[in-house]
Design a protein around this ligand. Sequence first.
Ligand code: PLP
Length: 232
Amino acid sequence: MTRFSVAAPALELLPAAKLDKALLQAIRSSDHHCLGYEEVQGNPALRKQLARLAFNWGGIVQADEVVVTAGCMEALVMSLKAVTRPGDTVAIESPTYFGIFQVLHSLGLQIVEIRSDPADGLDLDHLARVLQTQRVDACLFVPNFSNPGGSCMSDVRKKELVQLLALVEIPLIEDDIYGDLYFGKSRPRTLSLSTKRVWSCIAPLCPSHWRRATGSAGRFPDGSGQPWLTIK
Ligand SMILES: Cc1ncc(COP(=O)(O)O)c(C=O)c1O
């Protein structure tokens, strides 16, 4: 049975023997046999590799900016907690992944749904109208291969989205869990390519229980003092 509700590749497609070998190597080469706690920010060697991988995502990330999380959901929770308080309103696309609703409800956040096209993704005109008529404290979108629609926003529209939200200084969280699942020549870019204002939650493609996301924290470079966090 294929479960379309979760991001889990078919087990028979995974290089199980290679993954087992890599796991054993990691355990053997660890000073404490992987029995102790890692650094709170995440394993330094893993953060270094993820920072290198960021070139494929179109972003420039330093290893010490990366935070490793237990999957994409934890990265989303961290990002949301950093930019919102209970009672705030978060704009999400509709339809979107059911887990995003659960996370927003559990953090006591209000939701405003923005229309999404199956081909082009997020309806930017609808978002702009909503921003004019009601308070939105943060946005959380899945620009690359959204779930369940599968749409992928073009680079031009991604840039427009980033510019629109930068203008009104609304934090933008990007869930890029599926960015590596492309069929074309190159990976679709992340929103964080054009700015450090976006918080990106990017989970490198791997078995679901191995999945990790990474992130980086700081302040908006424009001197506004607002916090930002990039999670890759
Ligand atoms: C868009 C989206 N974000 C996040 C997740 C959850 O990711 P994880 O299992 O890494 O927490 C899923 C899982 O299906 C998803 O489709």
